[in-house]
Structures are given as structure tokens and as C-alpha cells.
Design a protein around this ligand. Sequence first.
Ligand SMILES: C[S@@+](CC[C@H](N)C(=O)[O-])C[C@H]1O[C@@H](n2cnc3c(N)ncnc32)[C@H](O)[C@@H]1O
Length: 289
Amino acid sequence: MVETFSPDWLDLREPADARARDGALAAALVSLLPPRPKLIDLGAGTGSLFRWLAPRIRGPQAWTLVDADASLIERAFDTIAGRVLQVGFRISAPSKRVLLVHAPMGAWRVEGLIADLADTPDWLPDREADAVVCSALLDLVSQDWLEDFADVLAVPFYAALSVDGRDRFWPPDRRDAMVAQGFRRDQVRDKGFVGPALGAAAGHAAARAFAARGFAVHTARSPWRLGAAEPALLAQLVAGHAAAAALATPHRFRPILGWGTERQLQARRGRLRATIGHLDLLALPPTGD
Ligand SMILES: C[S@@+](CC[C@H](N)C(=O)[O-])C[C@H]1O[C@@H](n2cnc3c(N)ncnc32)[C@H](O)[C@@H]1O
């Protein structure tokens, strides 16, 4: 069963994601891409990574946004079109599934592909790509999926914002550790990739899997640092932590609910700060010389 995500949550986190991704790692990827690169974005959601990375690539480029949720891809197209018009670029839509952004530095082709990523290792070798990218996806996948994926990948792989478990909330609360324990347990439930999800272990597990196959692996920390300027994101974040923790440890439902209610109040009053740990990864295939 595919894990579902609300488009409003993905939109709400976009600015924090954009600030957190490590620019140097992305620049290293961009420097290795050929002219007119083709990129496949796995679990593209509402297109946040495209909007962040395409302007860094600048010139003509072609993206395939892959997601199981057709409504998210639809929202991605709408949001891309809206933002493009805001900055004064032209757009056209040669078909229902393709959007062409006529950026001054060249055309950006965006195609939507509705597919279950559980099958990615089967179809990936047949698709032409200069890089495979993803953002906030790897912590959902299982170790077996990761191994199969690493076996078939022959191009650079860029995976931004895999959670790493280094989460802290201020001011401290006596229930923080209990909620964190439940939340971490929920993170490793099967999220549709045939086996327990890697959760906070994803970034390092990916680094090991690709290094074992001769890839040059680079990583960088990319935490969210949230404070009074992001009350809505913080409130949603703690609501999500509380809901996941309560699901994983239902016998602690009441204290977890109490934690969630108090933390949301602090967030709305601008009295909550949080660091949410992530790891960005760039894996470059062996050159063969
Ligand atoms: C945390 S969201 C990240 C979305 C986007 N990359 C971003 O950074 O905003 C994970 C995305 O993976 C997609 N997803 C999860 N499991 C999937 C699966 N088995 N097949 C296809 N897409 C999947 C979800 O629909 C969602 O869009």
C-alpha cells in the first residue's frame, strides 16, 4: 500500500526544504550533468525539488516527475505553471502530461508519470536518464528495495532530505523522548516498499549500498531549523509527530496527545523552536577507468 501525503503539507514544507538542502552537493551534481540533461524525480509530489533544482541547472532540461498519486502530479503542474507565470516566463502544454516552461535560458520540459515506485528497479534501466533524483523519499524505502535500486542504477543519484533522527524541540518537555520513541517506531513501519522502512537509517544505508557498488558517495547534513517565523509548519510538524507516535504506541495515547496539544499552542504563539535532522546524498557511479 502506497503511503499518502497531503499536498498542503508538501507546499507548507517547501520553503524550509529549499533553505535546508545542501547547495554545494546540488552544485556538484549540476556540474556533472551533460547539456540538456534528463532527470527522473522519484516521489516528486507537488514538484518542490524541480522548482529548486531546475534554476540551478539553468539551461534546457527534461524532467520526469514520478509519483503514485496523480493528484499530487496535477498539483505540481498547477504550481509550476503558477510560479512560472509569476516570474514572467511563458509556458505551453503540448499534451496533458507534459508542460514546457520557456525559460530565458532554454526550455524546461516537465513530464508526469504515475507509477508505484516499489517497481522502480524493474523499469529504471529502460528509461533514459542522466541523473535520478529525489527529495524526502529515501526514509520510506526498505533495505531490499534500496539494494535492488542500487544494483540497477548506472547514473548519478541525488537524494535530498532523508530524515536522520536528529530532532530536537525547545523548550524541552519531559515527554519529548517518549514521543520521539513512538515517532521513530512509526517511521520504520512498512511504507509500501516491501519491508520495513529505513526511517532515520536511510541516508547512511544508501551511502553504504552505493559505496559497496563502487560509487563515490558524498553526504551533507541538511537540517530544518524552525522557529517563530514558521508557526504553521511547526504546528503541523508536531501534530504529525504526535499522530504517528500515538499510532505506533497507542498505550501512550493520552500523554502523547497532551504533548501535541501543548506543542501546537507553543508553535502558534511563536514560542517553539525545532531542529529536524536530514541527510543529503550524492552517489556517482564508477567511471570504469
Ligand atoms: C515526503 S513526500 C516528498 C514529495 C516531494 N519529493 C517533496 O520533497 O516535496 C513523498 C512522496 O513520495 C510519494 N510516494 C510514496 N510512496 C510511493 C510509491 N510507492 N510510489 C510512488 N510514489 C510514492 C508520495 O506520493 C509523495 O509524493
